[in-house]
Design a protein around this ligand. Structure first.
Ligand code: PEP
Ligand code: MN
Length: 334
């Protein structure tokens, strides 16, 4: 339920209302906007008499909202959330390129890709150390050693690192990681989400392979309900009947999510397409749709990559994407 207060209301009366609502076991999130003050009521509001609240002198209007997510809801937080990652901001008009290999394979590989993608315009380095693979016989990632190599690449380039966590028991190893990624397969691992809600690190939450936008927002809500409001949403393609691509990039998720939530929304065209030559057009579509960033897989030798080579761009191809994406971004500002 959302209660919009009248302008210039008496603070004591607002306090009375808030205290009364709290006595009904309802959490009240207050947002003091420039033009209006909004109270977001979280909890079981079924026993709140909407007519009674509407009739109060200080209340302008009351709406019962159907969305079950509150913290992530733009209605309670009209302004875009801006997340600062070591000085690199994302959201609210700030755009970031996150690039790097699917998985960390060696020191030479990750450090050379890191310096190449940085030179091409990336601000953050991605690379999986713990890999969620369909086959137990496929390369599972370098695990803790891979995290150490990411730290080395960060030391050499100054780029913040983004990498996936698969099990909360590994959290201690992520101490020097700047953004913790929750992959598509773990989007509804609720125990993992709850624990990440108790950390203060930005979380890059990917949409599940077969999840709705509302389910993605509910997963963000799990993290936020624990106190961690630094969530970046990532559209990475969903399963459809189409077989020409690995997944189907749901481009409509970008403007729609941005309507529903104040959280930054980025796009991963690499896992959506599964085909390197589609990464550029999908990236440009994502930028045009209003995404706050791109996460792109880049490899110095895609043909020999241990994971996801067919969708990896080379550093020069990535540089071309950045150049074109920047042209679209400036055209959009005009
Ligand atoms: C990844 O980003 O390396 C990854 C495994 O992606 P997703 O969870 O979207 O499949
Ligand atoms: Mn991958």
């Amino acid at each position: 339920m959302v209660v919009v207060l009248k302008k210039n209301t008496d603070e004591a009366q607002v306090e009375n209302l808030v205290n009364w609502l709290k006595s009904l076991n309802i959490d009240v999130h207050r947002s003091n906007g420039e033009y209006e003050t909004v109270l977001g009521l979280v909890g079981d509001t079924s026993h709140v008499d909407i007519d009674l609240v509407s009739s109060l002198d200080i209340v302008d209007n009351v709406t019962r909202i159907s969305e079950p997510y509150k913290s992530a809801n733009r209605k309670f937080h009209p302004d875009d959330t801006v997340i600062d990652i070591n000085g690199y901001k994302i959201g609210g008009g700030n755009f970031q390129y996150i690039a790097g290999p699917c998985s960390v394979e060696s020191e030479e590989q990750i450090c050379s890709i890191a310096s190449d993608v940085k030179a091409a315009g990336a601000n953050m380095l991605r690379g999986g150390a713990f890999k969620p693979r369909t086959s137990p016989y496929a390369f599972q990632g370098m695990r803790g050693d891979g995290l150490k190599l990411l730290e080395e690449a960060k030391k050499q380039t100054g780029m913040p690192i983004v990498t996936e966590i698969m099990d909360i028991s590994h959290l201690d190893l992520f101490e020097n990681v700047d953004v913790i990624q929750v992959g598509a397969r773990n989007m509804q691992n609720f125990e993992l989400l709850k624990e990440l809600g108790h950390t203060d690190k930005p979380i890059l939450l990917k949409r599940g392979l077969a999840n709705t936008m509302q389910e993605l927002l509910m997963s963000a809500e799990y993290i936020m309900a624990g106190g961690n409001e630094k969530v970046i949403l990532c559209e990475r393609g969903i399963r459809t009947f189409e077989t020409y691509t690995r997944n189907t990039l749901d481009i409509s998720a970008v403007p729609l999510l941005k309507e529903k939530t104040h959280l930054p929304v980025i796009v991963d065209p690499s896992h959506a397409a599964g085909i390197a030559r589609l990464v550029r057009p999908l990236s440009l579509a994502a930028v045009a749709a209003g995404a706050d960033g791109l996460m792109i897989e880049v490899h110095n030798d895609p043909a020999h990559a241990l994971c996801d080579g067919p969708q990896a761009l080379t550093p020069p191809q990535f540089a071309e994407v950045v150049k074109k994406a920047e042209a679209i971004r400036s055209a959009m500002c005009d």
